[in-house]
Write a protein that binds this ligand. Structure first.
Ligand code: 0RA
Length: 641
């Protein structure tokens, strides 16, 4: 059977397999990378096809399952990949869809006016990069299956049974190739977060997710009849909304379907997410510019009317209007052009005017009909404007002290001698004693040390003027050089690596969180640019006879000690803090680039990070209590017991 198949496929398939061979030779060109990110990208590729079916109105549910053995199964109830013989190619269409690059199966362009996903390299890429893939289709009363390996069919498609008329759908089960990927483990939270997001963006679509790797694996089901209005409520669940339900506008911007949801809360941050065809445009673009222009224009108009009645004299800026704003804008565009290095910015120039016009009209209409919604927004914007003027004064004061402009570097900073930011590192060190060791152990040439006094200000609970009064923050900001918030300038960054180095205990992780919250809120580009790292100091030093080792996790300690039968010649030292290491030990384990391990902080999921920070740092006590209760085991693990 196998032999015969090989012959069948030898002729016309050579080209096909050459196409997929290109994917295997240069996987990063097709899926971005071969690390964990690329691994998850495979799932998005498959899921995008199911979402396309949903957007076309053919599918109302799909399920993602993480399988034992690092596999994924996606089941949808869409039309099913066609299972006939392809008229031009003379081969099964199912096989063509899974083996021809970019075939993607989107033969009929009409039914796919817009397509999900920015990747769009197609399910054949997933096939090429999978050690095994099984496609199963229910369609036309038939139940058909075909198996592939490394992109090539293992056999022809086979009928495995029949299904009742009207039952249809596609199942793709795949196991990523260990030869290609440096990481094979799927991350439940990452997958669940995207599934949740897709459920918000496609109202009425039900998305299930399940981790079947262990009996106690997690499972969730997402379905939001409220669409992106539910999305806004979800993001604000730990904040106090200013009016009962988000403003939800569903309209058409020219020929593009457009949806906007807006809520204000009592915080000072702006939480704004924009999507084009279900893809998060993190860097905004023309649709966002149009939206913000409309929001500013309409609110300024209503606010100045209200203010002139009350005879108040204050200038309102776009920033004031976005303080405490949580909003989502989602647009569908048939030929989106994405710009920039990361392709996360919409470039279609017509989108700006179309969005601005329609959002302006609809919003004005909404406010006229709902004055009760408008009133708290005006108050909020007014307060923001007053506070901004106060912050402005505080900043000028600080500037006079020349702290924020980097004119004078703080005295506590032991700067490095190099002036090339690419090679420079800044260590933010917990406490003066560890700071002292770090100063002695560093490579003066490219490593700078800034000792911080314990806990920094919790920026989640403070407005900009208060933040700028905090001395710990001032020294950090002036050392880094970029300025903060709207004044942030990445080209002024003085160190390309900023390394947070704290004790490996609960206080240390609290300080880490505070510093990361500050970066997240005021210098987010540093995180996005991959400049923020956590140092990983060892927990133990162990001497076995003459051999000395450092151990970085409890598991490592258990496995090293567990492997020894005679423990008499062992000397084990537990480091309670960085201060217990002498300068050489600190350098050796945590600072020297060739020897240390750094953990890079990435915003894998901005939403999750935002949620976690708000939860842990925000005003609302109840969600925080719940969060800590639910995650108590994590805290316990890191406690010094
Ligand atoms: C090719 C053509 C059609 C749909 C699909 C492929 C399709 C692919 C996947 C992958 C996962 N789920 C999927 N669902 C559908 C159009 C079929 C038609 O015109 O009936």
């Amino acid at each position: 059977m196998e032999e015969q198949n090989k012959q069948n496929y030898s002729g016309s398939n050579i080209q096909v397999l050459e196409g997929l061979e290109a994917v295997r030779k240069r996987p990063a060109m097709y899926i971005g990378s071969t690390d964990g990110r690329g691994l998850h990208h495979l799932v998005w590729e498959v899921v995008d096809n199911s979402v396309d079916e949903a957007m076309g109105g053919y599918c109302d549910r799909f399920d993602v399952e993480i399988l034992p053995g690092n596999g994924i199964r996606v089941i949808d109830n869409g039309r099913g990949i066609p299972i006939d013989i392809h008229p031009k190619l003379g081969r099964g269409t199912l096989e063509v869809v899974l083996t021809v690059l970019h075939a993607g199966g989107k033969f009929d362009n009409d039914s796919y006016a817009v397509s999900a996903g920015l990747h769009g390299v197609g399910v054949s890429c997933v096939n090429a990069l999978s050690q095994k893939l099984i496609a199963t289709v229910k369609r036309d009363g038939r139940h058909v299956q075909q198996e592939f390996s490394l992109g090539a069919p293992v056999a022809d498609q086979v009928d495995i049974g029949t299904v009742p008329a009207g039952e249809h759908g596609t199942t793709i089960e795949f196991y990523p190739d260990a030869q290609i990927f440096t990481e094979l483990e799927f991350h439940y939270e990452t997958l669940a977060a995207r599934c949740r997001e897709l459920a918000f963006l496609n109202k009425g679509l039900t998305i299930g997710i399940k981790d079947s790797r262990t009996p106690e694996g997690q499972a969730d089901e997402f379905c939001y009849p409220g669409g992106i209005a539910s999305f806004v409520e979800y993001m604000d669940q730990t904040r106090k909304p200013l009016f009962p339900a988000p403003i939800h506008l569903v309209c058409e911007a020219g020929k593009y379907p457009l949806e906007v949801a807006i809520q204000y809360n009592d915080s000072y941050q702006e939480n704004f997410y924009s999507f084009v065809n279900n893809v998060n445009t993190y860097d905004g673009g023309t649709h966002v510019t149009g939206f913000k222009a409309a929001l500013t224009r309409v609110i300024t108009k209503f606010a100045s009317e209200a203010l002139s009645k009350s005879k108040k004299d204050i200038q309102i800026s776009g920033d004031d209007i976005r303080e405490g704003l949580t909003a989502v804008i989602a647009i569908r565009i048939s030929q989106p052009q994405f710009e920039g290095q990361t392709k996360r910015k919409l470039g279609n120039s017509e989108a700006k005017g179309l969005v601005e016009t329609i959002v302006g009209e609809k919003l004005e209409e909404y406010f006229q009909e709902h004055p009760a919604v408008f009133k708290p927004i005006i108050d909020k914007v007014f307060n923001a404007a007053v506070a901004r003027e106060a912050a402005h004064r505080a900043r000028n004061l600080a500037r006079r002290k020349s702290v924020l402009e980097g004119g004078g570097l703080p005295g506590k900073l032991a700067d490095c001698s190099s002036r090339k930011p690419e090679e420079c590192e800044l260590f933010l060190v917990e406490g003066d004693s560890a700071g002292g060791s770090a100063k002695q152990g560093r490579s003066r040439e490219f490593q700078a040390i800034l000792p911080l006094k314990g806990k920094i200000l919790n920026v989640e609970k403070a407005r900009l003027d208060k933040i700028l009064e905090s001395e710990e923050i001032q020294v950090m900001v002036s050392a880094i050089g970029t300025g903060i918030g709207v004044e942030f300038k990445i080209e002024k960054l003085r160190y390309h690596k900023i390394i947070i180095m704290t004790d490996a205990d609960v206080d240390g992780s609290h300080i880490q969180t505070l510093i990361m919250t500050f970066f997240f809120r005021q210098m987010r580009q540093l995180i996005e640019g991959g400049h923020i790292f956590l140092a990983q100091p060892p927990l133990y030093r162990v001497k076995i006879g003459k051999e000395e080792r450092y151990l970085f996790t409890e598991e490592e300690k258990d496995s090293v000690l567990g492997a020894l039968d005679d423990r008499k010649n062992i000397y084990l030292q537990r480091y309670k803090g960085l201060g217990e290491m002498n300068p050489d030990q600190l350098a050796e384990t945590t600072m020297i680039p060739a020897k240390r391990v750094l953990k890079q902080i990435r915003i894998e999921d901005v939403l999750l990070a935002d949620q976690a920070f708000t939860m842990l740092m925000g005003e609302e006590v109840e969600p925080r209590r719940r969060f800590i209760e639910e995650n108590a085991h994590l805290v316990m693990d890191s406690l010094d017991l």
